[in-house]
Design a protein around this ligand. Structure first.
Ligand SMILES: *Cc1c(COP(=O)(O)O)cnc(C)c1O
Length: 404
């Protein structure tokens, strides 16, 4: 007899029993994956339309990334930053070049990159801009998602993310996303940064009005404020360009990167900025035991090399058109609205039909895995290695779910 813990219901039950319930996963137990396809413990196959919230932009187990990881595992995995290792310089130089910035600072998770950005912006404010001690403020947007640390949830507008985690870190001003006048009005002489997602991922792939990001850039330059772009989910090819800011020709002062930078293998995040900004940090003022470790650098350097070819950005642009055309054809047939860029889409399902969760459960039964965000909103973000046929398949399954 097969041990029932090795099959879906038993494994789901045990996962619930022994973990905090800070997630509500779909009842599917994945055992292996390749490219865009996942296989569960009962040998059912699913098309991955979430891609680890964009941490798997290159698909599962991309051969070049796996090869880089294997080679590094056989040589050196960790030194700490107390010593220099032979994977470090290439990673930092190549990522800095990809970003068009002087310097990078490697960390591990996205939230750590955001925390690093906040710290650097404040120090820059005191040391370069001349803000009086303890007075720095940062302007952020409603509907933001920047991670889960106590400081970051302090300026979240999502009650689930924020409630009962106070006392909250002061020094943040929240303004409506996409409203340039409100943003400009919130900036005062002690503002050190504007921190924004160029497209709000968790909020449901919300694209700001055209002209907003260039306006933010202009206001930040005029008022001597750093423009910090959280490209952790929107960046690294997801929207058809290396950075989502590029769609409007905008270059922020600081990029926050994560998710896909680790190739779906290891957590790797980074801050990229010019020397006049990142140069404010001196030894002992910031750090991380695992940040910039040899395994992370080996994998992430290969990620940067994949992106440097432009192939994945092109795929996202071309296949994104196919995806969005397919989804647009479902507006009025169960979908109320479709947003997004490249291979990234937020869909509002007619709330009288079903919740986002129910849609995901029905898609799962049809072999497609996706994730709801708020209420009846679904987010699709397949790996950028998806094919035209696979996109059409996913859209057809969604059409069938919406048709009931
Ligand atoms: C996921 C995400 C983060 C946080 O990344 P973690 O690795 O989960 O800490 C921050 N910002 C954005 C825009 C994200 O999508």
């Amino acid at each position: 007899m097969v041990d029932d813990r090795l099959r879906t219901p038993g494994a789901v039950r045990d996962a619930e029993r022994y973990t905090a319930h800070n997630y509500h996963p779909l009842p599917v137990v994945i055992a292996s994956a390749e490219g865009v396809w996942l296989t569960d413990v009962d040998d059912r196959r699913y098309l991955d339309c979430l891609a680890g919230y964009s941490a798997l932009n290159f698909g599962h187990r991309h051969p070049r990334l796996i090869a880089a990881a294997h080679a590094q595992l056989d040589k050196l995995t960790l030194t700490s930053r107390a010593f220099v290792h032979d994977q470090f310089a290439d990673f930092c130089r190549e990522l800095a070049e990809l970003c068009g910035k002087d310097l990078v600072l490697p960390m591990n998770t996205g939230a750590e990159a955001v925390e690093t950005g906040v710290k650097v912006a404040r120090k820059w404010g005191y040391q370069v801009k001349g803000v009086p001690a303890g007075q720095a403020n940062i302007v952020v947007a409603e509907g933001n998602f920047h991670g889960r640390t106590t400081t970051i949830v302090s300026f979240s507008t999502d009650e689930d993310a924020r409630a009962d985690f106070g006392p909250y870190t002061p020094g943040f001003t929240v303004v409506p996303y996409g409203d340039l006048d409100a943003l400009a009005a919130a900036i005062d002489e002690n503002t050190v940064a504007v921190l924004l997602e160029p497209i709000q991922g968790e909020q449901g792939v919300v694209v700001p009005p055209e002209g907003y990001l260039p306006g933010v850039r202009r206001v930040c330059t005029e008022r001597n404020v750093l423009f910090v772009a959280d490209e952790i989910q929107s960046g690294l090819g997801r929207t058809g360009t290396t950075f989502a800011c590029e769609h409007e020709g905008v270059v922020p002062d600081m990029y926050l990167l994560g998710k896909a930078l680790g190739g779906g293998i290891v957590p790797v995040s980074a801050v990229a900025a010019n020397a006049d900004v990142l140069g404010v940090l001196k030894p002992g003022q910031h750090g991380s035991t695992f940040g910039g470790n040899p395994l992370a650098c080996a994998v992430a350097t290969e990620v940067v090399r994949l992106l440097a070819t432009g192939e994945f950005q092109r795929r996202s642009t071309e296949l994104g058109e196919r995806l969005h055309a397919g989804l647009q054809s479902l507006v009025g047939k169960g979908l109320v609205a479709v947003r997004g860029r490249g291979l990234w889409a937020g869909l509002d399902i007619d709330p009288t039909l079903m919740t986002g969760r129910q849609a995901c459960e029905r898609l799962m039964e049809r072999g497609v895995l996706a994730k709801d965000t708020h209420g009846s909103t679904l987010r699709l973000a397949p790996p950028l290695v998806i094919t035209v046929e696979e996109i059409d398949h996913a859209v057809a399954q969604l059409a069938a779910v919406l048709a009931g």
